[in-house]
Design a protein around this ligand. Sequence first.
Ligand SMILES: NC(=O)c1ccc[n+]([C@@H]2O[C@H](COP(=O)([O-])OP(=O)(O)OC[C@H]3O[C@@H](n4cnc5c(N)ncnc54)[C@H](O)[C@@H]3O)[C@@H](O)[C@H]2O)c1
Length: 261
Amino acid sequence: MTGRLQGKAAIITGGGSGIGRACAIRFAAEGASVCVADLSLEGAAQTVHTIEANGGEAFALAVDTTHEAGNEAMVARCVAAYGGVDILVAAAGIGSGRPPSDTPLEPVTTLTMPMEHFRKIIDVNLYGVLFSDRAVAGWMVANRRAGSIINLASVAAKVPLPGAAYSVSKAGVWMLTKVLALELATTGIRVNAIGPGLVETPMTEALRSDEGRAQRALSMTPTGRFGQPEEIASTALFLASDESSYFTGEILHPAGGIFTG
Ligand SMILES: NC(=O)c1ccc[n+]([C@@H]2O[C@H](COP(=O)([O-])OP(=O)(O)OC[C@H]3O[C@@H](n4cnc5c(N)ncnc54)[C@H](O)[C@@H]3O)[C@@H](O)[C@H]2O)c1
Protein backbone atom coordinates (compact mmCIF):
# COMPACT_ATOMS: atom_id res chain seq x y z
CA MET A 1 0.00 0.00 0.00
CA THR A 2 1.24 3.52 -0.69
CA GLY A 3 -0.06 6.99 0.16
CA ARG A 4 -0.79 6.39 3.83
CA LEU A 5 1.11 9.59 4.71
CA GLN A 6 0.11 11.61 1.65
CA GLY A 7 0.21 15.35 2.34
CA LYS A 8 1.97 14.93 5.70
CA ALA A 9 5.23 16.59 6.72
CA ALA A 10 7.55 14.47 8.86
CA ILE A 11 10.72 15.25 10.78
CA ILE A 12 13.00 12.29 11.39
CA THR A 13 15.92 12.90 13.75
CA GLY A 14 18.74 10.41 13.38
CA GLY A 15 17.54 10.13 9.78
CA GLY A 16 21.09 9.76 8.51
CA SER A 17 21.51 6.13 9.58
CA GLY A 18 19.88 2.89 10.64
CA ILE A 19 16.33 3.03 11.95
CA GLY A 20 15.84 6.76 11.29
CA ARG A 21 16.97 6.33 7.70
CA ALA A 22 14.61 3.39 7.16
CA CYS A 23 11.73 5.47 8.60
CA ALA A 24 12.55 8.42 6.33
CA ILE A 25 12.66 6.23 3.22
CA ARG A 26 9.44 4.38 4.15
CA PHE A 27 7.54 7.54 5.06
CA ALA A 28 8.53 9.25 1.81
CA ALA A 29 7.41 6.16 -0.12
CA GLU A 30 4.04 6.56 1.63
CA GLY A 31 3.74 10.14 0.39
CA ALA A 32 5.20 12.18 3.26
CA SER A 33 7.53 15.13 2.73
CA VAL A 34 10.47 14.43 5.00
CA CYS A 35 12.94 16.61 6.88
CA VAL A 36 15.89 14.26 7.39
CA ALA A 37 17.76 15.68 10.39
CA ASP A 38 21.00 14.31 11.77
CA LEU A 39 24.25 15.29 13.44
CA SER A 40 25.81 13.93 10.26
CA LEU A 41 24.72 16.09 7.34
CA GLU A 42 26.46 13.62 5.06
CA GLY A 43 24.36 10.74 6.39
CA ALA A 44 21.18 12.80 6.08
CA ALA A 45 22.10 13.77 2.50
CA GLN A 46 22.58 10.10 1.59
CA THR A 47 19.10 9.32 2.91
CA VAL A 48 17.66 12.21 0.88
CA HIS A 49 19.50 10.96 -2.19
CA THR A 50 17.80 7.55 -1.85
CA ILE A 51 14.39 9.15 -1.29
CA GLU A 52 14.76 11.39 -4.33
CA ALA A 53 15.97 8.48 -6.46
CA ASN A 54 12.68 6.75 -5.53
CA GLY A 55 10.70 9.85 -6.57
CA GLY A 56 10.06 11.13 -3.02
CA GLU A 57 10.33 14.55 -1.40
CA ALA A 58 12.88 15.32 1.31
CA PHE A 59 15.62 17.66 2.45
CA ALA A 60 18.63 17.13 4.68
CA LEU A 61 19.35 19.17 7.78
CA ALA A 62 22.27 19.17 10.21
CA VAL A 63 21.04 19.24 13.80
CA ASP A 64 22.44 18.42 17.20
CA THR A 65 19.34 17.36 19.09
CA THR A 66 21.03 18.04 22.45
CA HIS A 67 20.79 21.77 21.70
CA GLU A 68 17.30 23.01 22.39
CA ALA A 69 17.61 25.94 19.97
CA GLY A 70 18.71 23.57 17.21
CA ASN A 71 15.45 21.65 17.59
CA GLU A 72 13.44 24.87 17.36
CA ALA A 73 15.35 25.80 14.19
CA MET A 74 14.69 22.31 12.79
CA VAL A 75 10.95 22.76 13.23
CA ALA A 76 11.11 26.24 11.69
CA ARG A 77 12.94 24.83 8.65
CA CYS A 78 10.35 22.10 8.21
CA VAL A 79 7.49 24.60 8.52
CA ALA A 80 9.16 26.92 5.99
CA ALA A 81 9.65 24.05 3.53
CA TYR A 82 6.37 22.16 3.96
CA GLY A 83 3.98 24.54 5.72
CA GLY A 84 3.88 22.60 8.98
CA VAL A 85 4.86 19.43 10.76
CA ASP A 86 2.55 16.48 11.30
CA ILE A 87 4.92 13.72 12.41
CA LEU A 88 8.11 13.43 14.43
CA VAL A 89 10.23 10.32 14.71
CA ALA A 90 12.87 10.99 17.38
CA ALA A 91 15.44 8.37 16.40
CA ALA A 92 18.68 10.22 17.11
CA GLY A 93 20.53 8.24 19.73
CA ILE A 94 23.77 6.63 20.84
CA GLY A 95 24.65 3.29 22.37
CA SER A 96 26.64 2.75 25.54
CA GLY A 97 29.74 1.60 23.72
CA ARG A 98 32.28 -0.55 25.53
CA PRO A 99 35.88 0.21 26.34
CA PRO A 100 38.40 -2.00 24.49
CA SER A 101 39.36 -3.70 27.77
CA ASP A 102 35.77 -4.73 28.36
CA THR A 103 35.18 -8.48 28.62
CA PRO A 104 32.04 -10.51 29.23
CA LEU A 105 33.23 -10.88 32.84
CA GLU A 106 33.75 -7.14 33.19
CA PRO A 107 30.84 -5.40 31.53
CA VAL A 108 30.71 -1.64 31.78
CA THR A 109 28.68 -0.90 34.89
CA THR A 110 27.26 2.04 36.76
CA LEU A 111 30.31 1.89 39.02
CA THR A 112 32.92 1.68 36.25
CA MET A 113 31.47 3.95 33.57
CA PRO A 114 33.11 7.39 33.57
CA MET A 115 30.46 9.90 34.61
CA GLU A 116 31.02 12.12 31.57
CA HIS A 117 30.16 9.09 29.43
CA PHE A 118 27.02 8.41 31.48
CA ARG A 119 26.00 12.07 31.18
CA LYS A 120 26.57 12.08 27.40
CA ILE A 121 24.22 9.13 26.91
CA ILE A 122 21.50 10.76 29.01
CA ASP A 123 22.10 14.02 27.14
CA VAL A 124 21.62 12.54 23.66
CA ASN A 125 19.12 9.77 24.37
CA LEU A 126 16.87 11.56 26.86
CA TYR A 127 17.40 15.34 26.62
CA GLY A 128 17.74 15.13 22.83
CA VAL A 129 14.36 13.38 22.56
CA LEU A 130 12.81 15.77 25.09
CA PHE A 131 13.99 18.83 23.12
CA SER A 132 12.77 17.41 19.79
CA ASP A 133 9.39 16.53 21.34
CA ARG A 134 9.06 19.96 22.96
CA ALA A 135 9.89 21.79 19.73
CA VAL A 136 7.47 19.77 17.61
CA ALA A 137 4.63 19.50 20.15
CA GLY A 138 5.05 23.18 21.02
CA TRP A 139 4.57 24.13 17.37
CA MET A 140 1.58 21.79 17.01
CA VAL A 141 -0.16 23.16 20.11
CA ALA A 142 0.49 26.78 19.11
CA ASN A 143 -0.89 26.08 15.64
CA ARG A 144 -3.74 23.80 16.76
CA ARG A 145 -2.45 20.96 14.64
CA ALA A 146 -3.00 17.30 15.42
CA GLY A 147 -0.05 15.02 14.91
CA SER A 148 1.91 11.95 15.84
CA ILE A 149 5.14 11.90 17.84
CA ILE A 150 7.13 8.67 17.95
CA ASN A 151 10.08 8.27 20.28
CA LEU A 152 12.71 5.56 19.89
CA ALA A 153 13.07 3.82 23.22
CA SER A 154 14.28 0.21 23.42
CA VAL A 155 13.54 -3.08 25.14
CA ALA A 156 16.16 -1.64 27.50
CA ALA A 157 13.44 0.71 28.79
CA LYS A 158 12.07 -2.31 30.65
CA VAL A 159 15.06 -4.65 30.91
CA PRO A 160 18.36 -3.59 32.48
CA LEU A 161 20.97 -4.29 29.81
CA PRO A 162 24.73 -4.12 30.44
CA GLY A 163 25.83 -0.60 29.60
CA ALA A 164 24.50 1.23 32.63
CA ALA A 165 23.29 4.55 31.25
CA TYR A 166 21.61 3.20 28.10
CA SER A 167 18.78 1.44 29.98
CA VAL A 168 18.38 4.43 32.27
CA SER A 169 18.08 6.78 29.26
CA LYS A 170 15.53 4.54 27.53
CA ALA A 171 13.41 4.12 30.65
CA GLY A 172 13.38 7.93 30.73
CA VAL A 173 12.21 8.10 27.12
CA TRP A 174 9.42 5.65 27.89
CA MET A 175 8.18 7.69 30.88
CA LEU A 176 8.58 10.96 28.93
CA THR A 177 6.37 9.43 26.22
CA LYS A 178 3.65 8.57 28.72
CA VAL A 179 3.77 11.93 30.50
CA LEU A 180 3.59 13.86 27.21
CA ALA A 181 0.79 11.62 25.93
CA LEU A 182 -1.21 12.37 29.06
CA GLU A 183 -0.56 16.11 28.91
CA LEU A 184 -1.47 16.30 25.21
CA ALA A 185 -4.28 13.75 25.19
CA THR A 186 -7.06 16.19 24.31
CA THR A 187 -5.09 18.09 21.65
CA GLY A 188 -5.11 15.45 18.92
CA ILE A 189 -1.35 15.04 19.33
CA ARG A 190 -0.56 11.39 19.98
CA VAL A 191 2.76 10.40 21.55
CA ASN A 192 3.98 6.82 21.40
CA ALA A 193 7.26 4.97 21.65
CA ILE A 194 8.92 2.07 19.89
CA GLY A 195 11.07 -0.26 21.93
CA PRO A 196 12.98 -2.41 19.45
CA GLY A 197 15.04 -5.44 20.29
CA LEU A 198 18.37 -5.91 18.54
CA VAL A 199 18.37 -4.38 15.09
CA GLU A 200 20.99 -4.59 12.36
CA THR A 201 22.25 -1.01 12.22
CA PRO A 202 25.63 0.68 12.66
CA MET A 203 24.81 1.04 16.38
CA THR A 204 24.95 -2.73 16.87
CA GLU A 205 27.81 -3.39 14.44
CA ALA A 206 30.46 -3.93 17.13
CA LEU A 207 28.20 -6.29 19.05
CA ARG A 208 27.21 -8.24 15.94
CA SER A 209 30.80 -8.67 14.79
CA ASP A 210 31.82 -10.18 18.15
CA GLU A 211 30.57 -13.78 17.98
CA GLY A 212 30.34 -14.30 21.73
CA ARG A 213 28.44 -11.10 22.38
CA ALA A 214 26.19 -11.64 19.35
CA GLN A 215 25.28 -15.15 20.52
CA ARG A 216 24.52 -13.97 24.05
CA ALA A 217 22.40 -11.15 22.65
CA LEU A 218 20.49 -13.49 20.35
CA SER A 219 19.90 -15.96 23.18
CA MET A 220 17.49 -13.32 24.60
CA THR A 221 15.60 -13.25 21.29
CA PRO A 222 13.29 -16.25 20.73
CA THR A 223 13.18 -15.74 16.95
CA GLY A 224 16.96 -16.13 16.94
CA ARG A 225 17.71 -13.28 14.56
CA PHE A 226 18.38 -9.57 14.56
CA GLY A 227 15.63 -7.26 13.36
CA GLN A 228 15.95 -5.20 10.21
CA PRO A 229 15.59 -1.40 10.32
CA GLU A 230 12.73 -1.70 7.81
CA GLU A 231 10.76 -3.77 10.36
CA ILE A 232 11.04 -0.91 12.84
CA ALA A 233 10.03 1.56 10.12
CA SER A 234 6.83 -0.48 9.57
CA THR A 235 5.99 -0.05 13.26
CA ALA A 236 6.72 3.68 13.00
CA LEU A 237 4.50 3.92 9.92
CA PHE A 238 1.62 2.36 11.86
CA LEU A 239 2.09 4.85 14.71
CA ALA A 240 2.45 7.79 12.30
CA SER A 241 -0.66 6.93 10.31
CA ASP A 242 -4.34 7.17 11.18
CA GLU A 243 -4.37 3.37 11.51
CA SER A 244 -3.20 3.96 15.10
CA SER A 245 -5.66 6.79 15.83
CA TYR A 246 -6.63 5.42 19.27
CA PHE A 247 -3.05 4.78 20.39
CA THR A 248 -1.32 7.22 22.67
CA GLY A 249 1.14 6.71 25.52
CA GLU A 250 1.98 3.21 24.27
CA ILE A 251 5.23 1.44 23.58
CA LEU A 252 5.34 -1.17 20.82
CA HIS A 253 8.09 -3.78 20.85
CA PRO A 254 9.25 -5.10 17.47
CA ALA A 255 11.71 -7.34 19.31
CA GLY A 256 11.58 -10.92 18.04
CA GLY A 257 9.64 -12.11 21.06
CA ILE A 258 11.96 -10.85 23.81
CA PHE A 259 8.96 -10.32 26.09
CA THR A 260 7.42 -13.77 25.65
CA GLY A 261 8.93 -14.82 28.97
N1 LIG B 1 19.87 -0.76 16.66
C1 LIG B 1 19.24 -1.31 17.69
O1 LIG B 1 19.39 -2.51 17.96
C2 LIG B 1 18.33 -0.48 18.54
C3 LIG B 1 17.53 -1.15 19.46
C4 LIG B 1 16.68 -0.42 20.29
C5 LIG B 1 16.62 0.95 20.18
N2 LIG B 1 17.42 1.57 19.27
C6 LIG B 1 17.32 3.03 19.21
O2 LIG B 1 16.92 3.44 17.92
C7 LIG B 1 17.47 4.73 17.63
C8 LIG B 1 18.22 4.66 16.31
O3 LIG B 1 19.30 3.75 16.47
P1 LIG B 1 20.07 3.11 15.24
O4 LIG B 1 20.31 1.69 15.57
O5 LIG B 1 19.41 3.48 13.96
O6 LIG B 1 21.48 3.86 15.40
P2 LIG B 1 22.47 4.50 14.31
O7 LIG B 1 23.74 4.69 15.05
O8 LIG B 1 22.46 3.70 13.06
O9 LIG B 1 21.78 5.91 14.01
C9 LIG B 1 21.70 6.91 14.98
C10 LIG B 1 21.75 8.25 14.29
O10 LIG B 1 21.59 9.26 15.29
C11 LIG B 1 22.47 10.33 14.96
N3 LIG B 1 22.76 11.12 16.15
C12 LIG B 1 23.48 10.76 17.24
N4 LIG B 1 23.56 11.76 18.10
C13 LIG B 1 22.86 12.81 17.56
C14 LIG B 1 22.58 14.12 17.97
N5 LIG B 1 23.03 14.62 19.14
N6 LIG B 1 21.84 14.91 17.16
C15 LIG B 1 21.37 14.43 15.98
N7 LIG B 1 21.62 13.20 15.54
C16 LIG B 1 22.35 12.39 16.32
C17 LIG B 1 23.72 9.66 14.41
O11 LIG B 1 24.50 10.56 13.64
C18 LIG B 1 23.12 8.53 13.60
O12 LIG B 1 22.91 8.92 12.26
C19 LIG B 1 18.35 5.09 18.83
O13 LIG B 1 17.61 5.87 19.74
C20 LIG B 1 18.64 3.74 19.45
O14 LIG B 1 18.95 3.84 20.82
C21 LIG B 1 18.26 0.90 18.44
